[in-house]
Write a protein that binds this ligand. Structure first.
Ligand code: ATP
Ligand code: MG
Length: 420
């Protein structure tokens, strides 16, 4: 038996309903904020992510699904969306559009990770990217999109924010970190010992308990901000206050990607286990230039649907939210005989055209089996039709919920059902 590749997901109909529901709220919310959907290739040049995500990140060092095409180009299944959107923006000249440019996507990404609950090799994100808006209120706006989506779905969460400074103030902070961690070098995990040389900020992101314990006492980015970064962060906090969005300043949030500056944030769900970060994002002012585009600032986030759906299920189990259920047919037509079967298939066709969920037998079941099936699919009404009903031109409509019966004319059955 062939099985799905390790770390991929089968999303079956019942669960897909939850995904559709969440995706609907995401699209609706993004539109309210003036964001439009953008789509980009499933695979890109590996070089895009090496440059656009950063060669010292987990994604580039360990998690890329790379492949060579027949012309010898190194391609990679997209591990994240921001670099893809920026590449597309530059290639299509979107920087000439009126600013701010507001784009969103809901799509799948691929990372070669150790699969566990809330962590898969193919996963899905709702991502938003906003370009050309440098103010703290732009940051507050982007954060409020994720907040709105989580609030509408009913996921309780904690918003963590931090500022990691800019190229002007970060060197000083980096120096302080190197000094602090060098004193603990022997205790750090081998990866973090390497990070100490290449990207000490990344040590704050390490999941090893020993490294996190050491990092708990380390210098804080917010104590090293330059005046502009300080003002930006203060304004962000007061804008969030004004918007009624609660947050915690968490100096440990530095985000996994190289290109972030100033604002970084994460939404942590209170309802799922270890993989509890449902959404992560931040400001990436230098990225467009880094990828050979014009000087254009940006900010965005990625909200993981896999973890979001886990949180939705956990919340539903605790009775905190009600999840959407399968829509059921208004009518099931149970025909007996060939003529009746043709009447039935034509009637449900017309009802479906009119926007009504209707069903009829196309399996060739006995009447008894048909009624059992109608019950199973949760049909509200059943209409039994045989040769004699066709002759007389009336048939009995049964309300399967309360057992009530009524005769209806077959000639205008469609109208009757619609109006019911
Ligand atoms: P983590 O620290 O959990 O590995 P990350 O920093 O790598 O997360 P981002 O690149 O910021 O994650 O992606 C944003 C969101 O996408 C995450 O908060 C999470 O909800 C989701 N996500 C990332 N990687 C995976 C994965 N392998 N499986 C499922 N969801 C994921
Ligand atoms: Mg990761």
């Amino acid at each position: 038996m062939i099985q799905k590749p390790k770390g991929t997901l089968d999303i079956l109909p019942e669960e897909a309903l939850l995904w559709q529901y969440a995706e609907g709220i995401m699209r609706e919310t993004a539109e309210k904020y003036g964001f439009f959907e953008t789509r980009f290739p499933t695979f890109e040049s590996s070089a895009l992510f090496r440059r656009g995500v950063g060669s010292t990140t987990d994604i580039v060092q360990k998690e890329m699904f790379t492949m060579d095409d027949r012309d010898g180009n190194e391609l990679c299944l997209r591990p994240e969306g921001t670099a893809c959107v920026v590449r597309s923006l530059i290639e299509n000249g979107l920087h000439n559009e009126p600013m701010p440019l507001r784009l969103y996507y809901i799509t799948n990404f691929f990372r070669y990770e150790k699969p566990q609950a809330g962590r898969s090799r193919e996963f899905y994100q709702f991502g938003v990217e906003m370009f050309g808006a440098p103010t703290a209120n732009a940051d507050a706006t982007v954060i409020s999109i994720a907040d709105t989506v989580l609030r509408k779905i009913g996921i309780s969460n904690t918003l963590n924010i931090n500022s990691i400074g800019c190229p002007e103030c970060r060197p000083k902070y980096r120096q302080a970190l190197v000094e602090y961690f060098s004193a603990h070098e022997e205790e750090l995990c081998p990866t973090c010992r390497e990070r100490l040389k290449t990207n000490p900020l990344r040590i704050l992101d390490c999941k090893s308990p020993i490294c996190s314990a050491i990092a708990a006492e380390c210098p804080k980015t917010v104590d090293y901000l330059c005046e502009d970064c300080e003002t930006h962060f203060t304004t962000l906090k007061s804008s969030l206050d004004a918007m009624g969005i609660e947050y915690t300043v968490n100096p440990k949030i530095v985000r996994g990607l190289d290109y972030y500056v100033r604002t970084v944030f994460e939404f942590i769900s209170d309802d799922i286990g270890a993989q509890s970060t449902v959404c992560g994002g931040g400001r990436y002012d230098g990225l467009v230039e880094e990828l050979d585009g014009p000087a254009l600032c940006g900010i965005g986030f990625g909200l993981g649907l896999t973890r979001l759906v886990l949180a939705m299920k956990a919340n539903a189990e605790k009775g905190k939210i009600v999840l959407p259920e399968k829509k059921t047919p208004k009518l099931y037509v149970a025909p007996m005989g060939e003529k009746a079967a043709q009447y039935a298939v034509a009637l449900v066709h017309k009802l479906r055209l009119a926007g009504i969920i209707a069903d009829c037998d196309i399996v060739g079941r006995s009447l008894k089996a048909q009624m059992k099936y109608a019950d199973k699919i949760g049909a509200q009404y059943a209409l039994v039709i045989g040769d004699s009903e066709l002759e007389v031109g009336t048939a009995q409509l049964k309300n399967l919920r309360d057992g009530e019966k009524m005769d209806i004319g077959l000639a205008d059955a469609e109208k009757t059902i619609i109006e019911l």
